[in-house]
Design a protein around this ligand. Structure first.
Ligand code: 13P
Ligand code: SF4
Length: 347
């Protein structure tokens, strides 16, 4: 039963003490989230993993790219465990290293040495290593503006992987018009741009988040009609139209802080992952909080981590036979760390 699983998790946690560090992303199921020693968005979790020097095992309740980042940033004797290997990220899967290695020489032939690559942390370690090798940086939704500004101070153009929406929304906020944004289509292996190619300022990799793309202009029209006093707040992984028609847009951390600081009685429709929206609905019963999409939008891969998988991973650690260890190859880790460090130096 759930109660029995919870009891066994508590016992192992107590037994292992600070040898064990459980990290939980804000999109995790409550049943898992409440066992985390620390919770956060993807940037905070990578910083907390890097700061922990005691734990022999870091159990990462999040998705694969986050566990890889934790492995890259922790010391070599710390082991990172992902309770279910199926907890991937469909966005990270939209840019693989073979596609990127094919795209780069074509972009170089079009633009010469005027491009710097940036990658959202929602990407594989290999993509981060590619970016590190070419002197770029990683980005999270909470620091995208600063990192994009930094990149423009280095080069005339940016290749932004793998989320076109975060790239477009951020560049637009910094004053780059849509007419100066091109798309890189990794399936066709070609640049999509109407206009004079000299005008291109940012090349957006054609990837997206299958969760945040579910918030639509129709959802916004519906909320505006049915709840005229409602504020609409969305994550920048939503499409440009949705971000433009919302009242506020920002990272997971920004959304949480905005709802926390909002006055009692205020009304909020939120465009982000279901577990977080549900948690905000319950934590703020003095405010009216709903999901912008009435069907709610779960991240199916985040939800792979559940009580049975958490317990299983802890029991295997306790037995001395850990499973699902995430280990990034040292050459890849070294270059990926460069890209991460370039970002961490800015935040
Ligand atoms: P944060 O960087 O806001 O934690 O987002 C992670 C994520 O997967 C968003 O979809
Ligand atoms: Fe990936 Fe989207 Fe899930 Fe975040 S919410 S882990 S970007 S699929």
């Amino acid at each position: 039963s759930d109660e029995e699983m919870k009891r066994r998790i508590r016992i192992i946690k107590q037994k292992l003490g600070d040898q064990l560090y459980i990290l939980g992303h804000h999109y995790q199921k409550d049943e898992v989230y409440k066992f985390a020693d620390a919770v956060g968005d993807s940037l905070q979790l990578s910083q907390m993993a890097a700061a922990n020097k005691k734990a022999a095992y870091i159990v990462f309740c999040g998705v694969h790219f986050m566990a890889e980042t934790a492995d890259i940033l922790t010391t070599s004797n710390q082991r990172v465990v992902l309770p279910d290997m199926r907890a991937g990220c469909s966005m990270a899967d939209m840019a693989n290293i073979e596609q990127t290695e094919k795209a780069w020489p074509i972009l170089q032939s079009l633009f010469g040495d005027t491009i710097i690559p940036l990658t959202y942390v929602n990407s594989t370690a290999e993509i981060k290593a590619f970016v590190g090798k070419h002197h770029g940086a990683t980005v999270t939704s909470s620091n995208a503006k600063e990192v994009v500004q930094w990149a423009f101070s280095k080069k005339q153009r940016i290749l932004f992987l793998p989320d076109q929406h975060l790239g477009r929304n951020t560049a637009y906020e910094l004053g780059v018009p849509l007419s100066e944004m091109a798309i890189w289509d990794p399936i066709e292996n070609e640049l999509v741009f109407d206009g004079d190619i000299e005008d291109v300022k940012i090349i957006l990799w054609k990837g997206h988040c299958s969760v945040h793309e579910n918030f639509t202009l129709k959802n916004i029209e519906h909320v505006r009609k049915e709840h005229p006093n409602m504020n609409i707040i969305v994550h920048p992984e939503c499409t440009h139209d949705v971000v433009q028609h919302s009242d506020y847009a920002g990272s997971t951390k920004y959304i949480m802080e905005t709802i926390e600081q909002a006055p009692s009685g205020s009304e909020w429709a939120i465009g982000t992952e279901m577990n977080l929206v549900n948690r905000l609905i319950h934590a703020h019963d003095d405010k009216k909080v709903i999901s912008l999409n009435p069907y709610m939008c779960p991240c199916l891969t985040m939800n792979r981590i559940d009580l049975p998988h958490l317990l299983w991973s802890l029991e295997m650690i306790d037995k001395g036979t850990p499973i699902n260890e995430i280990k990034v190859e040292s050459e890849v880790a070294e270059l990926a760390q460069k890209a991460l460090n370039n970002m961490l130096a800015m935040v």
